[in-house]
Design a protein around this ligand. Structure first.
Ligand SMILES: [Zn+2]
Length: 637
């Protein structure tokens, strides 16, 4: 078993990570020296070396985004480069590659492991000459550093507007209470999510909204424009070295989409499916704007999309999202999400007293059907220098008998400890919470396959499907009435309000899908052309003309704070492809959402398989038929 002690200082983290990397290096050298070709002396040691390195990578990747101590964050960044160096070395080992090629696999899992690893090594350049492999190594290290800097520049750049209290008109009462005027008489609204998201949805003052939106989308400008340009150029060089036409082709080689051309044709199909619904919704939003704001309006700005959407929902659908906030107090939501996952997937959570990197972080030991299955931690509230978005981070990847999974949710929800009055959430934040929790459950389940290296789906573009599939539970009255009680009256949420939540969710789906296609096209185009004279801002604006359903603000630089760039890169389309798969999965829930026979079957056939089989084969087994776009079409009808 690998030691599971938590590092508390930069020195601890560095010492322990380096010792793990040295051990991994010694294991690799052992395989290279021995010339062995039996599973015990090749597959097992390979998987252990990979697990050691993957653990260092996960731990450092997490801590540099959340640790309050700048020295630990810096150590996490430095170690990130060292682990990249080792992982490249592991992929470039000719001796390992040949040994794997000669191993006689004893079962389907072993055969799959050999197959996946050899293919990955080929794509990573194991067959190149030494000079080319050296350049690949150098590029990957540089890309690690650039990616770190890109994310650091975003997380360190919180901007704000200072406005007269009267300009909070339209904001929910609890928001106004949280934002008392400062000494100068003005109220400060920041670009952190608990401020930004409600402000964009509700503030009646269009100028203030546009200004906050502009600050939000100029975070990390100008530096990150330069960093992103360099990232894209280095990725392109890497792709050419490895025999690909573009980085988009390289990145999608093992994905469901298969190539940049596969991505593009999928996106065009999505765009065609969403077109009619998007057009209808856009017309409704524009009509509201013409009646209430500007009779001559011909477009909708991205800074007003959320606001108009809320208004149309409030008036046409009879739904005001602010009215739902009192039902979603952070503490009760947190408990409800634990309880619901226990029921659906046979999990038990017991609170652990261990203090991790911050006093607000809660940790739970998890059992699946009564057997220990790892841990989760919840780091849920904003603080300085912390990751700004919502995501599930691996902390320790798992594998049966080797290491228990430890997975972490990092979010930015309202904080009961600092809130004046109850910390109320938007319903959409509750959906995000459950979505991210879906990643947690997936990582716990897939962290129990026998091979650490197969503990995640090989296809990157499948990764959002299980979480998107889970979102629908948070729109089910039978689920919500158990915990969504009004903070003032204790009254459970009514069937009628849940019905409205659903209608409100469905309104805007066409335009949102069109926007996702636009972002996906941008993510693809940044990485699918010769970047010698690439101007990301120009490409963004050109693509917006063809694909964006809303007008973009020319003063903004979306891509500079686009946290998906270093990791997702060309693969933003993952959200749309995973959504299509999630809708297929939903069509398999024929006996209602609380039928635990079906949810456990899904758990075992899909989640618990990790990367043991191709992702679409797992979906096929669960559904009893292959995935197609039928359910996705109905979803957008
Ligand atoms: Zn997700």
């Amino acid at each position: 078993m690998i030691d599971s002690m938590t590092p508390t200082t930069a020195a601890d983290l560095t010492a322990r990570s380096r010792s793990d990397l040295r051990e991994a290096e010694a294991i690799l050298e052992g395989i290279e020296r021995s010339g062995a070709t039996d599973r015990e002396r090749v597959l097992e040691p390979y998987d252990r070396a990979w697990l050691l390195a993957a653990t260092v990578s996960a731990e450092c990747g997490l801590l540099r985004e959340v640790h309050p101590d700048a020295a630990v964050r810096a150590a996490g960044e430095e170690l990130g480069v060292e682990v990249t160096r080792f992982l490249t070395r592991l992929q470039h080992s000719r001796a390992l590659y040949e040994a794997l090629g000669r191993v006689e696999a004893h079962d389907a899992g072993e055969a799959r492991l050999v197959d996946v690893v050899r293919r990955e090594m080929r794509v990573a350049g194991v067959e190149l000459d030494e000079a080319a492999r050296e350049r690949v190594r150098a590029l990957r290290e540089e890309l690690t550093l650039l990616g770190q800097e890109f994310l650091r520049n975003i997380r360190d750049d919180v901007r704000a507007i200072e406005i007269a209290p009267a300009r909070l008109a339209g904001m929910p009462e609890d928001f106004v209470r949280q934002h008392a005027p400062g000494p100068g008489g003005n109220v400060r609204v920041t670009t952190d999510y608990p401020d930004y998201i409600p402000f964009m949805a509700y503030a009646d003052d269009g100028e203030a909204r546009r200004e906050l939106h502009r600050r939000f989308l100029t975070r990390a400008v100008p530096r990150n424009l330069e960093v992103l340009g360099t990232i894209v150029r280095r990725k392109h060089e890497l792709a050419l070295l490895l025999g690909f036409r573009s980085f988009a082709d390289l990145q999608t080689e093992q994905a469901i989409a298969g190539s940049a051309a596969g991505v593009r044709s999928f996106l065009k199909e999505v765009s065609a499916i969403a077109r009619e619904r998007g057009r209808r919704e856009h017309a409704q939003l524009l009509e509201w704007k013409r009646h209430r704001i500007d009779p001559r309006a011909t477009t909708i700005g991205e800074w007003e999309f959320q606001y108009l959407q809320e208004k149309v929902k409030a008036e046409e659908v009879g739904f005001d999202a602010r009215a739902a906030r009192p039902y979603f107090e952070y503490g009760s939501v947190r408990q409800a999400i634990l309880d619901l996952n226990s029921e659906l997937f046979g999990l038990e959570f017991s609170r652990s007293p261990d203090a991790l990197w911050h006093s607000s972080v809660e940790t739970f030991d998890v059992a699946v059907d009564g057997a220990p299955a790892g841990r989760i931690s919840l780091d849920m509230h904003p603080r300085p220098a912390k990751y700004k978005h919502a995501a599930n981070f691996g902390y320790k990847p798992g594998a049966a008998g080797k290491q228990e999974t430890h997975s972490v949710l990092v979010c930015n929800f309202p904080d009961p400890a600092t809130s004046r009055g109850p910390a109320l959430m938007e319903h959409r934040e509750v959906v995000t919470y459950f979505h991210e929790f879906g990643h947690l459950v997936h990582s716990l389940m897939r962290g129990r396959v026998p091979w650490a290296r197969l503990g995640r789906p090989v296809e990157f573009d499948f990764i959002e499907a299980p979480s998107q599939f889970l979102e629908q539970w948070i729109f089910d009255h039978d689920v919500l009435r158990r915990f969504a009680r009004h903070v003032g009256t204790g009254e459970p949420i009514s069937e009628q309000m849940v019905e409205r939540l659903r209608t409100a969710r469905d309104f805007g789906r066409g335009v949102q899908t069109q926007r996702a296609v636009f972002l996906s096209m941008a993510s693809l185009e940044f990485h699918d052309r010769d970047p010698a004279d690439l101007d990301t801002t120009r490409v963004w604006r050109e693509l917006a003309k063809e694909w964006s359903p809303v007008e973009i603000d020319p003063e903004t630089r979306f891509e500079a704070s686009w946290t998906h760039m270093p990791g997702y890169a060309a693969s933003y389309y993952t959200y749309s492809l995973s959504r299509a798969i999630a809708e297929s999965l939903s069509s398999g829930m024929t006996a209602g959402l609380l039928d635990t026979r079906q949810t456990r079957r899904y758990r075992d056939l899909v989640l618990a398989q990790g990367g043991l089989k191709p992702a679409l084969d797992l979906v096929h087994e669960f559904l009893g038929r292959p995935h197609d776009l039928g359910a996705f079409r109905s979803w957008l009808a």
